[in-house]
Design a protein around this ligand. Structure first.
Ligand SMILES: [Zn+2]
Ligand SMILES: [Zn+2]
Length: 265
């Protein structure tokens, strides 16, 4: 199994050192783990700063690879929180740094954060969802330094609504990213948060598949080692039911494909 969305104490909202997570990953038999710590420039909640020292991060990953590399593959990823007005800053970041894997997520929209609920305060649920996907569409049209889109229906974690009304906009997003050779992730933290589904939900996975999407990673979005690979068998089964035969791993932002059937336990 490969977990492609894992946080460490380089993320402002996580206290778990890489070492502890890697030991757990080896213990439960993961073949590969990709750290994807948070950079969210200009995060609207000023009590938290989602930035960290990238040289220290690089150094720490190398140390972990030297220490554990004979037992598990360790990849250097990142999760960036985009918004239309921040794309230039992320372009600059990507010009200066190399990552194996880049998750392009949207944790804020309309310059307000989803987590505190501020984003939803002045909008109906449909206005909120429309704004979210319009901004994400803009980002995919104007930014290409990423590997996959993260938790594509994160809006529903904070305010339950139907993403089905937004299949048209999401289709537009897929029609941009698929020819670019970019993918999406299936984030299993939705199961932990009581959504009873991963993110995105099955209807969106089906939409992606029907449009020819092939690149898909699976990540637990763990902030603690005990949620590594959470519900991965459920995720593999779900993907197979939709029609996917392969999941994706990345090195130096280049995809390679692993048969799902060989990963199920
Ligand atoms: Zn995220
Ligand atoms: Zn995350």
């Amino acid at each position: 199994m490969l977990d492609y969305h894992v946080h460490s104490n380089f993320s402002a909202d996580c206290e778990t050192p890489m070492d502890r997570t890697i030991k757990k990953a080896i213990e439960i038999g993961l073949s590969e783990i990709c750290f994807t710590d948070h950079i969210d420039y200009d995060y609207p909640d000023e009590s938290i700063v989602f930035e960290f020292n990238l040289l220290e991060y690089d150094d720490q990953i190398r140390q972990m690879q030297a220490k554990y590399g004979n037992r598990i593959n360790i990849k250097k990823g990142i999760e960036i929180g985009v918004e239309p007005y921040l794309l230039d800053r992320y372009e600059a970041l990507m010009r200066k740094n190399r990552f194996d894997f880049i998750i392009c997520s949207m944790h804020t929209s309309d310059r307000k954060d989803l987590h505190s609920g501020k984003f939803f305060e002045d909008k109906t649920i449909n206005e909120a969802y429309a704004k979210y996907y319009e901004e994400l569409l803009f980002c995919t049209k104007n930014f290409d330094s990423f590997s996959v889109l993260g938790h594509l229906d994160l809006v529903k974690r904070y305010k339950q609504g139907s993403t089905r009304d937004f299949h048209e906009l999401i289709t537009e997003i897929f029609k941009v990213i698929i020819p670019m050779g970019k993918g999406i992730e299936l984030n299993t933290s939705g199961f932990r948060y009581g959504l009873n589904t991963g993110m995105p939900s099955e209807d969106i996975l089906r939409l992606y598949y029907s449009l020819g999407g092939e690149i898909i990673t699976i990540g637990s979005d763990s902030h603690r080692e005990d949620t590594l690979a959470y519900e991965f068998n459920t995720a593999y089964n779900l993907l197979q039911r939709v029609g996917f035969q392969y999941i994706t791993s990345f090195e130096d932002n280049k995809p390679s494909f692993q048969r799902i059937a060989s990963l199920i336990r």
